[in-house]
Design a protein around this ligand. Structure first.
Ligand SMILES: [Ca+2]
Length: 434
């Protein structure tokens, strides 16, 4: 075999002979001028890097040199071939007899996500083929009467599941029918009695099927009244209107869950449920909404309350819907149970503000007391006054409030009472059990 010396091309090039076995380069001092017989030709192998992997270097070599270069794919990529060479081997050996340019071709790996669901709900996507590393979020939504319990093919128990595609994946959302009694005896009891039952975490709204009272624009069915009530609670607990209970209202929802049940229906139904709750499920308390007796106007609008001064406990807005009032009372009653200062008693913060206005002739509860035969309690009056203030706040009429009423408003805001009422709220928070 002939071997040629590596020397700059502009210099005199001489042939250096060596034995076939000799593979080492000749020492420099053996290079001497003599008659050139052949020219040592060199070629350049240009190796260009590309996205998705790495490759070993090229260089300049003598004619006929075998050079091996290796392409290595990054995570999530695969080597698929060479630009400039037909080989499909990532270890490419080239015998250099011309200048050559090669470039490895890497391709991002794609994975398939298949999403399905059991009966009782739906998923936001059936999946697709995605590039390696793509993050995909799938949401599982139960149908009415069902609940989401988890995913087959993934350990998450979150109904919003984010998957990073680094393998083919098959997942299935699993739903099961809601079962009354999951949360214990109170739930079991309410399930037995209810025509309709909603659970917002541990807080229950229960209704019978009594048709509501038939003023011209009342809701026409118990189901409508029930669903509206669920939305009112939603509007209060979800002040930023995103379909989730606000972080800063979770403690109010906890208080509702630990102490309150909202009971909607005719008197005998409401009395039966609230009495049973009082006797068997203390410290729970049933707040009654009497649909035969109290107005459930569909056209209630807090922006149209028509009021110049708030001077009597008898005032209610026009086209009044008692569902709003009872929902608000239920929330403030729950707050009363977790915050001693949030009290409606004589000599409480709120009670003192009201008493001050009564003493100065700015607010009257005596007329209502007469109507109710002397049974109109002070704490009930405070409750109703803060409800009036709440409606006026939502009507953007706070300029008509007395100084003490303004202080009551500020106290509620300070205590994080959910103040903003969205009458068009359209989510239904919680789980429909019945
Ligand atoms: Ca929210």
């Amino acid at each position: 075999m002939k071997k040629f010396l590596l020397i700059p091309i502009f210099l005199l090039v001489i042939l250096y002979s060596c034995s076939p076995e000799e593979e080492t380069q000749a020492p420099a001092n053996t290079v001497e001028a003599s008659t050139p017989e052949k020219v040592a030709v060199q070629y350049t192998l240009t190796v260009t890097a590309s996205e998705g992997g790495s490759v070993t270097d090229g260089g300049t070599y003598d004619d006929g040199t075998e050079v091996t270069i290796t392409a290595t794919a990054n995570d999530g990529y695969e080597f698929v071939g060479w630009e400039g060479n037909d080989s499909s081997n990532s270890n490419l050996t080239i015998t250099l007899n011309s200048n050559q340019t090669v470039q490895p071709i890497f391709q991002i790996i794609q994975y398939t996500l298949s999403v399905s669901s059991t009966e009782g709900g739906s998923v936001s996507s059936e999946g697709a083929t995605y590039d390696f590393g793509t993050e995909v979020t799938i949401t599982a939504t139960p149908n009415e009467g069902y609940k989401f319990v988890g995913w087959e093919g993934n350990d998450s128990s979150n109904s919003d599941l984010t998957i990073t595609l680094n393998s083919n994946q098959i997942i299935k959302a699993t739903f099961v029918e809601n079962e009354c009694g999951d949360l214990g005896d109170l739930e079991l009891y309410l399930c037995e009695k209810a025509s309709y039952l909603q659970r917002i975490n541990g807080f229950y709204i229960i209704s019978d099927s009594q048709e509501p009272n038939r003023t011209p624009d009342s809701y026409t069915s118990a189901l409508e009244v029930f669903e509206k009530t669920v939305k009112i609670f939603g509007s209060l607990l979800d002040q930023n209107n995103d379909g989730q209970i606000d972080e800063n209202n979770l403690s109010i929802n906890d208080a509702l869950s630990n102490y309150m049940v909202m009971v909607i229906g005719n008197r005998s139904f409401v009395d039966q449920i609230t009495n049973k709750i009082r006797s068997d499920f203390s410290p729970f308390y049933g707040m009654g909404m009497f649909t035969e007796d109290w107005p459930t106007s569909t056209s209630f609008n807090p922006n149209n309350v028509g009021l110049s001064t708030l001077s009597t406990s008898l005032w209610r807005p026009s086209n009044f819907c008692a569902l709003y009032e009872e929902s608000f009372h239920t929330i403030t009653e729950a707050m009363n149970r977790i915050d001693e200062e949030f009290s409606f008693d004589q000599a409480s913060v709120l009670g003192n503000f009201m008493q001050d206005d009564i003493d100065n002739g700015l607010y009257d509860i005596s007329e209502q007391n007469e109507i109710e035969g002397g049974n109109y309690g002070f704490d009930t009056a405070v409750n109703e006054l803060i409800h009036q203030v709440w409606i006026i706040y939502n009507a953007e009429l706070t300029s008509i409030l007395t100084n003490n009423q303004t202080k009551m408003l500020n106290f509620m805001i300070e205590k994080n009472v959910p103040m903003n009422l969205n009458i068009d709220y359209n989510y239904q928070l919680g789980v429909r059990l019945k």
